[in-house]
Ligand binder design. Structure first.
Ligand SMILES: NC(=O)C1=CN([C@@H]2O[C@H](COP(=O)(O)OP(=O)(O)OC[C@H]3O[C@@H](n4cnc5c(N)ncnc54)[C@H](O)[C@@H]3O)[C@@H](O)[C@H]2O)C=CC1
Ligand SMILES: O=C([O-])CC(=O)C(=O)O
Length: 332
């Protein structure tokens, strides 16, 4: 649904019931109110964009969503150049570099302030690990304490759970690692796709039944879009961490897709420490086991398909996209 101004005002009125009582909720609509919406902001969260349909990859959204990133990033450079930006819109792996180029062009790029939101991968990873074989219960762990770092990016094999670094320490069989990795990497697709009776699905449903969560995650949207409520949860969790960092809280660590020197890729999701300036510290990958080392090589070698390159060249008529091509060619 494209919201009209009534819908926006209704949403703002409903959201005004949220606590704390001094919270102010205001609704803005369209390009003409963009500056009013952005002026003075410390944190800008960008979920606006088109979600994928069954059969699409996140990269298929590039051409549509890149334009929205451009408009909003330009608004940020004008109205709140010091704001921390949380980019949710897909493809995160490409929209973050686009935003970086636009911010650079406007002379207000601070790599500490641009964060692609990969929190949903971590939320999924934590949940799947907790449910998987009821390990948390068996081991007497508090599920809230479980923390699975997910690094790399936010698409397919670039979503890279570090299962050897789960806290509190857990050990997994090779079968469990394969199952969990695939489930975490395909979490978004699980929601987007119409349920198929494939062998893979039956296996996962069967394993889910073992964990008492029979079929909960399947056919969730069944062709009607992508994850919304779990994304809202992840977005709030991540934004809250950014805000606590901005207020000076210590030791706020989350995973995010950020400008990076951890690998040779210019952008990479890692554990980061959040603070008054946004990303204060990017943590190295830490010790990887043999399996993770080989999977990481697969993720780093991830290439865009030739037909996607054609789409990129078509879009390159626009000047900002030419800049992105340069970034992507360096990245890929
Ligand atoms: N980073 C992540 O983990 C996740 C990212 N996503 C991405 O978030 C984006 C939004 O997904 P949903 O919320 O499911 O879609 P949705 O269709 O439910 O909502 C998108 C909203 O964006 C607005 N919008 C569309 N074009 C716009 C424009 N030009 N300017 C301003 N607003 C515009 C629409 O009016 C709508 O309210 C998609 O790109 C999706 O792939 C979704 C889930 C997880
Ligand atoms: O899969 C999608 O299109 C939406 C998304 O990024 C996710 O749910 O992780």
């Amino acid at each position: 649904m494209q919201p009209n101004s009534d819908a926006i005002q209704r949403l703002a009125r409903i959201s005004a019931h949220l606590d704390p009582p001094n919270l102010q909720v205001r609704g803005f609509l369209g390009q003409q109110q963009l500056e009013d919406a952005l002026t003075g902001m410390d944190l800008v969260i960008i979920p606006a964009g088109v979600p994928r349909k069954p059969g699409m990859t996140r990269d298929d959204l590039f051409n549509i969503n890149a334009g929205i990133v451009k408009t909003l990033s330009e608004g940020i450079t004008k109205c709140c150049p010091k704001a921390i930006v949380n980019l949710i819109r897909n493809p995160v792996n490409s929209t973050v570099p686009i935003a970086a180029e636009i911010l650079k062009k406007a002379g207000c790029y601070d790599p500490r302030q641009l964060l692609g939101v990969t929190m949903l991968d971590v939320v999924r990873a934590n949940t799947f690990v907790v449910f998987n074989y009821l390990k948390a219960e068996v081991l007497g762990l508090d599920p809230r304490e479980v923390d699975v770092p997910v690094v790399g990016g936010h698409a397919g094999v670039t979503i890279f759970p570090l299962l050897s670094q789960v806290k509190p320490p857990c050990s997994f069989t090779t079968e469990e690692v394969n199952y969990l990795t695939s489930r975490i990497q395909n979490g978004g697709t699980e929601v987007v796709e119409v349920k198929k009776k494939s062998k893979k699905c039956s296996r996962i449903v069967c394993m889910s039944k073992l964990c008492g969560i029979a079929d909960l995650c399947f056919k969730a949207k069944a062709g009607a879009g992508s994850a919304t409520l779990s994304m809202a949860y992840a977005a709030i969790k991540f934004a809250d961490s950014c805000l606590r960092g901005l207020r000076g809280a210590a030791s706020i660590v989350q995973c995010a897709f950020v400008p990076s020197q951890v690998t040779e890729l210019p952008f990479f999701a890692s554990k980061v420490r959040l603070g008054r300036n946004g990303v204060e510290e990017i943590y190295p990958l830490g010790p990887l086991n043999e399996n993770e080392r080989s999977r990481l090589i697969a993720a780093l070698n991830f290439r865009i398909e030739p037909d996607l390159l054609d789409q990129f060249s078509a879009a390159a008529k626009l000047r900002f996209l030419i800049q992105i091509l340069l970034v992507l060619s360096r990245e890929l």
